[in-house]
Design a protein around this ligand. Structure first.
Ligand code: UDX
Ligand code: UDX
Length: 435
């Protein structure tokens, strides 16, 4: 089938390369000309495992192309995906101006041929109706289209795998014709993986995405709550959560405590869902508690550092990990920066290292001290903070780290080190939820 994808961020680009790999002809468009120029040369604007390989494969096959002109993309695609960003506004509401802008651009370029317009971006319930109204309002007479919601559930760092081996495919459509087209689109993936398909109403599909993300965030906040109570009660959160997670009804995934969830999705989607509940007059206290516990996760971490180091002014602190999670270069809403910003405000000198996120961090925080490797970060430092659980940090030579540091203290925000091993190596060690 002929597919167009508008927006080549994490979601759009992954959607584009995967659909091309499944045998469709895909044209991706973005209003960022620099991104498109790079993509045309096979350069991915993001770090994502497996992305460059699929990009090259798709382009070589002739089924994957990139343009910066939306008119051409709209004309080509019988299915048109909207994958532009939907960031949080100050008041927590989802900013839908890019979605509206794209809907207008789609409207201006539709002809008499039937099209399926797909909302892939995470949006509040009833957004698809607004997209339909916008296209009707700004399109010419006689255009034929349906708007469907087809949320993605991909995680950064495993985006390609999550897309190619989905737990489920959700198609929210109020039109039989559109549903048929979407099933045809996903047929190669369904045949290959046997992934369950849920055909639901448009509004249900929109709520499935917000509901799933809120539930996952709730699990993480629950884990952080247990970690906090363990610290105060003298118990071990890893022991407690391990045994809790063994109950099949609960499950152990997304039950890892730390310095809180970040990224471009959870914080934004939970804030937006909170607003939706408010607008619909539904009690939102559960969602607000999830946000509050998440905030206290990184705040308590800072407090621990301050309590142990006493005066922060002038102290050199080494930070390992900037990305909001491992295997990505994304620093959007990364807890590491909430911690770094506050420590800097208190006068600390911060040195950082991250395997993939330093280029992005340099753009936003040019005056941080960026180091070439973890050992350079700890040289002469009075504390080491672990903010992202990259694999390469787990195998650091703790003996060497201790030799290099001025004062051997580790604040392990992701529990990557074994407490006993760290203490045996001569460190004062503070993990999360470890009494
Ligand atoms: C996405 C979804 O859009 C969001 O709703 C979801 O919850 C998380 O992921 P993401 O792919 O991470 O966002 O966004 P981003 O990396 O910012 O990419 C959006 C792309 O759309 C950018 O490349 C941007 O240049 C492009 N864009 C934006 C357009 O092409 N046109 C516009 O009008 C606005
Ligand atoms: C999330 C959803 O998982 C995905 O389904 C949706 O499509 C987009 O949003 P993503 O933000 O890429 O994906 O990453 P995810 O792996 O969910 O992690 C989000 C944050 O939660 C990270 O900061 C991570 O460190 C944190 N986290 C995750 C925990 O603190 N504990 C956990 O147990 C799991």
């Amino acid at each position: 089938m002929k597919v167009s994808v508008i927006g080549t961020g994490y979601v759009g680009l992954t959607t584009g390369v995967c659909l091309a790999d499944l045998g469709h002809t895909v044209l991706c468009v973005d209003n960022n000309a620099e991104k498109i120029a790079g993509l045309k040369k096979g350069i991915s604007p993001i770090f994502e495992p497996g992305m460059e390989e699929l990009l090259e494969k798709g382009m070589k096959s002739g089924r994957l192309g990139f343009v910066d002109d939306i008119a051409g993309a709209v004309k080509q695609g019988e299915i048109i995906f909207i994958c532009v960003n939907t960031p949080s506004r100050e008041d927590g509401k989802a900013e839908l101006k890019y979605v509206e802008k794209v809907a207008k651009e789609v409207a201006a370029n539709l002809d008499g041929n039937y099209r399926v317009i797909v909302d892939k971006s995470t949006v509040p319930v009833k957004t698809a109706e607004k997209v339909r109204e916008t296209i009707e309002r700004y399109g010419t007479e006689g255009i034929k289209f349906d708007v469907v919601s087809n949320p993605e559930f991909l995680r950064e760092g495993t985006a390609i795998k999550d897309t190619m081996e989905p737990d489920r495919i959700v198609i929210g459509s109020d039109s039989e014709k559109a549903t048929k087209k979407m099933l045809e689109l996903y047929k190669p993936l369904i045949d290959r993986t046997g992934a369950p398909v849920r055909l639901v109403s448009v509004r249900s599909a929109e709520l499935i995405k917000h509901g799933a993300n809120t539930f996952l965030a709730m699990k993480i906040s629950f884990a952080n709550l247990i970690a906090q109570v363990c610290e105060e009660a003298g118990a071990d959160a890893l022991e407690v959560l391990d045994a809790i997670g063994l109950d099949e009804r609960i499950g152990s995934r997304f039950l890892t405590p730390g310095i809180g969830f970040g990224g471009s999705c959870f914080p934004k989607d939970i804030a937006a869902f909170n607003r939706t509940l408010g607008i619909l007059g539904v009690d939102s206290s559960l969602v607000r508690a999830v946000e509050q516990i998440n905030k206290s996760a990184w705040q308590r971490f800072i407090h621990k550092v301050e309590k142990e180091l006493w005066v922060l002014d002038g102290k050199v602190i080494g930070v390992l990990g900037l990305a909001f999670k491992p295997d990505t270069d994304d620093i959007r809403n990364a807890p590491a920066f909430k911690i770094i910003e506050e420590l800097r405000e208190k006068g600390s000198v911060i040195r950082v290292y991250d395997p993939k996120a330093m280029d992005r961090a340099r753009v936003e925080y040019p005056d941080l001290e960026f180091c070439g490797d973890p050992y350079a970060v700890v040289k002469g430092a009075e504390a080491l903070l672990v903010c992202t659980e990259w694999e390469e940090f787990k195998t650091l030579d703790l003996g060497r780290v201790k030799e290099l540091m001025q004062v051997p203290i580790i604040f392990d925000g992701r529990n990557i080190f074994d407490k006993n091993a760290a203490e045996k190596a001569g460190f004062r060690y503070f993990g999360i939820g470890r009494a």
